[in-house]
Design a protein around this ligand. Structure first.
Ligand SMILES: [Zn+2]
Ligand SMILES: [Zn+2]
Ligand SMILES: [Zn+2]
Length: 296
């Protein structure tokens, strides 16, 4: 009993540090998600993917219909491109991955200059964002304005213009916060190589910060609560009409349940939507990685 509580505590600590989830012997899909997380390519080796996004101008069109029309209208052999992957997107579009920048340019060109296709579709490259780093357990007395100045004064080679402090998260340690900063790509890789930074009297641990946006109201990914179009759901069981403190139901993840129905998947669903081992979370994290520019 004691041993299992102790193990659970150490898992919580590990998940807080965004480490992969431990395998749970009782569930084969949890073990699979652990393996998935381990398979993830480290930031120092993440090469940019050549992706173009195609959306229908008519918002009613499903991603399946977009995909079918494109498969008929575009002949990769004619425009001499190699397609690596075509993925349906949740918001009614498709992502086409080519093997080269030139391939992506050809697709954009083919769709946006062809009169018939450009009337129906819009093709673009995904907007990229800078990578982020989390610095663990900074003293709560440190203010946002002085945080960056303090950071660069003790850590050689980091320039003020290359980092921007974003926000802080509560730490489990009393009087501490985790700070999240956005960095230029070179600084990002050099910080990750150091693994720790000097800050006043301490050496603080750092790690890449990868957290997909999840709505606090409906618990789905991809939007925040102020833009939520859904009814509020309980993060523990996914049902409407009550909040987590009043929940008496068994855990059921709303995202994995919906993904199973929509994409005929086999995700394990008996966990809360906030669970760090959720397979939908892994999927969203992988998508997030494709939107980050690593400069490699
Ligand atoms: Zn929502
Ligand atoms: Zn509930
Ligand atoms: Zn889940």
């Amino acid at each position: 009993m004691f041993a299992s509580r102790q193990r659970k505590q150490s898992w919580n600590r590990r998940s807080l540090r965004l480490l992969p989830c431990p395998p749970q012997p009782s569930s084969s899909s949890a073990a699979a998600s652990y393996a998935d997380a381990l398979k993830r390519v480290p930031p120092s080796k993440r090469k940019a993917k050549n992706v173009s996004l195609v959306f229908a101008k008519n918002k009613e069109t499903s991603s399946e219909e977009v995909k079918e029309t494109l498969l008929k209208a575009l002949a990769p052999s004619k425009i001499k491109i190699v397609i690596r992957n075509v993925k349906k997107l949740a918001k009614g579009g498709v992502a086409i991955e080519c093997d080269s920048v030139k391939g992506t340019e050809s697709i954009l060109n083919e769709i946006n200059t062809n009169q018939q296709l450009s009337n129906t579709f819009e093709a673009k490259t995904p907007a990229k964002r800078l990578p982020r780093i989390v610095i663990y357990d900074v003293d709560e007395a440190v203010q946002k304005e002085e945080f960056v100045t303090m950071l660069i004064s003790q850590n050689e080679g980091i320039r003020e213009q290359d980092i921007k402090s974003s926000f802080k998260l509560k730490s489990k340690k009393a009087g501490k916060f985790h700070w999240v900063i956005e960095t230029q790509t070179k600084t990002f890789h050099s910080l990750l190589r150091r693994k720790t930074i000097f800050f006043e009297w301490h050496r603080l641990s750092i790690r890449e910060f990868l957290r997909p946006t999840r709505c606090y109201k409906c618990n789905r990914f991809g939007h925040i609560s102020t833009n939520c179009q859904h009814t509020e759901t309980c993060p523990h069981c996914g049902e409407e009409g009550h909040k987590k403190p009043k929940c008496k139901n068994e855990a059921k993840c709303i995202n994995c349940t919906e993904a199973n129905l929509k994409y005929k998947l086999n995700h394990e669903i008996i966990h809360a939507a906030t669970d760090p081992c959720c397979q939908s979370l892994f999927h969203e994290t992988d998508l997030l990685i494709t939107r980050i520019t690593y400069g490699l």
